[in-house]
Design a protein around this ligand. Structure first.
Ligand code: GLN
Length: 271
């Protein structure tokens, strides 16, 4: 069992003024609360785009519209602090626009590629089909990161709303496989990607409210003793999570009710 390192844990929500459209700022709050409930010393920072990014142990980057996404990426690339922090072992969660801008490139509002931070080997282009909007359920990939117990993460639930399609390169592994919804959308049924301690997903919700095991995985990475291998996850005291579990169950059950009807529609269609 790896016990959490002592000292203050700093969590920063990156550019909430640009990347706050989908409520992903809640992820920072959830991480901070889950650390505080365990008696850990934690500080939650909001890091607006007009100030230099503070150094933190764990960053969350949320979803947003195409224009603000370009502004956030441009600023983060120019100042270089996020890339430097990852080099020093910081953990990053990117959601949707935040996921896309951690990659190699993503489309601007006209569809032209714009440079990303290159922290994940993924490339996003504008999808040709309709925008992916709705509930998303995905089961964890075989080589998804493992929790402190060594077990796989439970199924992931959230909602998606994006026009981008993300292809994974050889430098990342998929986070999960789509059961319902679109996810990365590049035809391989994958959802999200991760490498080292950087993890991206299309799941809003906020994702960490509906998937507390993922929140604890990120905290466990950030609280691993200094110098631990990247895969080390500190073991945290368990929390009751009754409300979170009932939210999860409610969302997953709602999807189960929808799926038989969808299957029926497909079967009776001319194709
Ligand atoms: N603007 C991006 C897209 O449409 C990201 C959207 C989002 O963050 N939800 O693909």
């Amino acid at each position: 069992m790896i016990t959490p390192r002592p000292g203050r844990l700093t969590i920063a929500v990156v550019h909430p003024d640009l990347l706050g459209t989908y409520g992903d700022g809640g992820n920072g709050l959830i991480l901070a609360r889950r650390a505080a409930w365990r008696g850990l010393d934690v500080e939650l920072l909001q890091a607006p785009s007009n100030e230099p990014l503070p150094r933190a142990d764990l960053y969350t980057v949320g979803g947003g519209e195409d224009g603000p996404q370009v502004r956030a990426a441009t600023t983060l690339i120019e100042e270089g602090i996020l890339v430097e922090a990852v080099g020093d072992g910081a953990v990053v969660l990117g959601v949707c626009a935040g996921f896309q801008l951690l990659g190699r490139s993503f489309p601007d509002a006209t569809g032209r590629p714009h440079e990303g931070l290159g922290l994940l080997d993924v490339t996003t282009t504008k999808g040709s089909g309709p925008r992916a909007v709705g509930e998303l359920v995905a089961s964890c990939a075989h080589d998804a990161p493992r929790m402190a117990t060594g077990d796989h993460l439970p199924r992931l639930t959230g909602f998606e709303n994006h026009g981008g399609v993300t292809s994974l390169g050889p430098g990342v592994r998929p986070l999960a496989h789509v059961e319902h919804g679109v996810g990365n959308g590049a035809g391989d049924q994958t959802e999200g990607a991760w490498s080292g301690r950087v993890l991206g997903t299309y799941l809003h919700g906020p994702v960490l409210a509906r998937n507390t095991a993922l929140a604890d995985l990120l905290l466990g990475w950030a609280l691993a003793p200094a110098g631990s291998p990247e895969a080390t996850v500190a073991q945290l005291a368990s929390l009751e999570d009754a409300d979170e579990m009932s939210l999860r169950a409610e969302r997953l059950e709602a999807m189960q009710r929808i799926r038989p009807a969808r299957r029926l529609r497909r079967r009776t269609s001319p194709r």
